[in-house]
Design a protein around this ligand. Sequence first.
Ligand code: PFF
Length: 458
Amino acid sequence: MASAPAPARGAWNSRVGFILAAAGSAIGLGNIWRFPYVVGENGGAAFVVIYLGFVFLIGAPVMIAELTLGRRTQRNPVGAFAAIAPGSLWQFVGLLGVITGVGILSFYGVVAGWTFGYFLKTLGGSFSHTMTAEQSAAVFTGFVSNWLVTCGLLLTFLLLTALIVWRGVSDGIELTSKILMPVLLVLLIILAARAVTLSGAGPGLRFYLAPDFSKITPQTFPTALGQAFFSLSLGMGAMITYGSYIGKRDHLVSAAGLVCLFDTLIALLAGLIIFPALFHAGLNPASGVGLVFQVLPPLFATLPAGQFFGAAFFLLLTIAALTSTISLLEVPVSYLIDEWKWSRHKAVAVTTLGTLLLGLPSALAFGAVGWLSQLPGAGIDFLTLMNIVFGNYSLSVGSLLLAVFVGYRWGVAAAAEEIEQAGARFGLRPVWAFLIRFLCPVAVAVIIIYIVFTGNYF
Ligand code: PFF
């Protein structure tokens, strides 16, 4: 197990527990809510191909780097940079991660709240009758424009997250992930089997699986890159924090590989459900953040016992979101515990309150408040803006700086030494060194520079 964890920080109970918890952080709304809608908005299969390239060539090496840095330093993101490069500006990269964690949690909590609301609605029978795509879209619009409901659900969800983080790392996070992730996988497989056998599934499958590279636009690359980091929980130190809890005898590289594989599998399965169902229902793939909430209820209505199946699905999705928000909250909390010497309880209470305040405009951005729903100048709603700024750009900048830090400042040799602890073999070391020193920084920097120069932010 981890050597001498600092006071107030836990350690994982087992290797499997660590992998499940890291997979629990990675697997969440990013796979099932965000992935399908960004694929839908960015032309389908061609986007998926680019996304997969980014996951394995850029995401996986960055994940290895984050976990290694966390295990070596046994610290939160800010402390981790400071431990390797004391007194330098590198700490601000960690601080960017802490801020990004709060930024993402604020809008993620809103969507997780919708998910929980849809669980209650489905259970209550709102979707038990056959419904058209238009009816389902109207239900969604009515639901998200009710400020009392969306704010109440945001509060509920943040409190749930806070409760688990309040109790500390291993009993809270590990137990939740261990039991429920496999159940979610089974439900997804059943749903995919139903969706691909719907009439009209063919065009949906083509859209999703047969790449048409003429659909690529300049916005495809930053979106796919941001989606890869978001989905894998990279670029803000969540994996540094989780890595600080992994044992010295555990093999970091295979753990990172498994997490990337699981995460990708779940996202691909989600697409296999959404696109056939979407084309079956005649909806537009570019429906934005409401996509899954509009597509899934009519799909459940076509299943035997669809009401209970649907309710089980939204409940599990809520739990998958919860295992991700736990890691989002754990980043600022472990920072406040380690660096400001706050108690865990105080850190959790203050961060949750701040996140709630920041989350309210996102909760009001779908009809409840006009200007938040259509921001002057930007032409998008507040939640989508937060999603792009924190979910795409902050994570991309954070990952770029992390790759430079590990590749050059800390150095691949020192990092590899940490990976090869306790006799672990690291056969891919030269490949990883190349990716983390050259490919990741160059590719991410080119994409960011391109965006800044063309001004194509959204
Ligand atoms: N990876 C999570 C998801 O796909 O839902 C979201 C997330 C969690 C992003 C933790 C970043 C993070 F640090």
